[in-house]
Design a protein around this ligand. Sequence first.
Ligand code: FES
Length: 129
Amino acid sequence: MRHSDEPKAPPTVKVTFILQDPKSLGKEEKEITVMAGKGENLLEVAMENGINIEHACGGVCACSTCHIYVNKGEQSLSEATDAELDRVEEAPDLRRNSRLSCQSVIRGDGPITVEVPAWNRNAVKEQPH
Ligand code: FES
């Protein structure tokens, strides 16, 4: 996974992940709150905390598998670029608060609340049916 190039600040920003389907992301809890640093992107924050959000392209804005919803704290994140907006349109179940987690860099003080859609599964971990 590609990490953001920015220096990481100390973890002072509260980020809550709401998992529609925790088991598919490697978790038991539906809601997980962690502290993150400015300069980190939301995919990094999730993965560092064991929330296995799918990220097929490795975090370079070339897929839409890391799609999330930002329910709160949007103003504490970097603005979406045109490239991200083009890409996120390919995600299923698009909403007005849709973002690509790998492109959402923490800039402000939060708190931030993010929802991870149920269809976000790490295909590598799924058993064949
Ligand atoms: S991981 Fe591919 S766009 Fe985010």
